[in-house]
Design a binder for this molecule. Sequence first.
Ligand SMILES: Nc1ncnc2c1ncn2[C@@H]1O[C@H](COP(=O)(O)OP(=O)(O)OP(=O)(O)O)[C@@H](O)[C@H]1O
Length: 492
Amino acid sequence: MLNLLVIDDDRTILTFAERCLAPIADVTTASSAEAGLKQLRNGDFDAVLLDIQLPDQNGLAVYCEIREHDRRIPVIFMTIEAASGTAIEAMQLGAFDYIAKPLSAEPLRDLVERAIEQRQISSVPVAISADESDEQSNGELFIGRSPAMLSVFKSIGKVSKQNVPILVRGESGTGKELVARALYQYSHRSDETFLAVNCAALPDNLLESELFGHEKGAFTGAESRRIGKFEQCNGGTLFLDEIGDMAPSVQAKVLRVLQEQRFERVGGNKELTTDVRIIAATNRPLEQMVDDGDYREDLLYRLNGVTIELPPLRERLSDVPALIHFFLVQAKQEFNKPDLEGLSPEAVDLLTQYQWPGNVRQLRAVIRRAVLDAVMPVITAEGFPSEIRRVASPEGQSTTTDQNSGDTGSTQQPGRALPDLVTRLLKEKSTSLYSEAMEYMERFVIAEVLRHTDGNQSQAAEILGITRGKLRDRINSYNITLKADVQVDSVD
Ligand SMILES: Nc1ncnc2c1ncn2[C@@H]1O[C@H](COP(=O)(O)OP(=O)(O)OP(=O)(O)O)[C@@H](O)[C@H]1O
């Protein structure tokens, strides 16, 4: 039988808890902090229900003693409304949860059952530890042991010292920028500047001036001369991310730098020279864009000389455990969770089966979120978003949407889930409500506009007032599938 300790100076609460929780656990009661701690030391408890205001000792102090005795015991605080500030403090210290008085039988039973379940899972050895390994203490930043990644590392080794442009290809979030940085670190230019420009993040005219600079008065608002990245980076390495998102005029200027190392600032006629190594990245089908007349063939030819292809994470799922470990260690330190031990075996199973449409970036976000939310030493599948937990359901990764998604199936009005989402996050005591709600809104707005334009991205970008590159970026990160009817799957 499972054992539960209830500490409260209110007799009625102790009697209520005994009666209500008897079907699930052997309930031991104590009416003071001192008596409770004595019981704790003599017994073996699976969870503790603790009154936050005890006559002989502050509830938080008692909580700290319980943690010192056994940090795996989930502690549920019982509070009255006025003490909610202390309850929040308790949660910050790592309490399992808190429940408001007067107690009701069903929520109390549910909560205790959940706590006991977590305690049991926490007693199983973790499948992936959150402690730093030798590998990580060696400063390894680029994780991957799959044959596909080993071949990427080999390519980096082969070409990093050659002074040629390199094109890094792969889906969003696969690590293209990391490849660019590794190429730079292992090159002869590693002591020189490394600059990165995301070509999709700026409208065409601003991108041109960002890259090549401009002269005073070149256009309205150009109040002084500006030095562009190609000039700033002379002798160094320039990473051009989303190289597919450049207007023809910018493509022509980049081609000229690649061929002759020459360019002019916007609005200037003085020819400047620069010695910059270009590493470009894209997740777009440049060949197709050339066929469609959207991209210069000569530029593609120049960039394509040496290509490094990053496989999507779903094609190298054997890398997932090492990546989980890497991100766990990072997040444990960053969020100051010294008690975190790692991930339970079923949690690891789930993550190694999921298809990761958002690639490594999505995996990183999922681990960070789970660490941030963790109140127990072991993270279980409960700590993951619903789209990942669905993998374990008999239906597999269904396309049904949930309240996290910006869209809904045909049965629900799009966008209607926002109030529910806010209510749920409030209930879960979220500390990122604003960003989650904004993400939901953005997802919803983009899907609606795309539906309105029948999936036409140029029209949608115009209506939204954002660049096509930015729209594409959002479509990728929210995993919006453009079919006859625009569908949205939720991705963190
Ligand atoms: N193999 C890896 N090891 C460790 N971290 C990784 C790895 N791959 C990617 N990451 C991390 O995942 C995140 C996304 O990586 P990155 O920005 O390089 O992707 P990207 O392919 O350039 O994405 P985008 O196309 O959207 O710009 C970053 O936080 C990066 O540090």
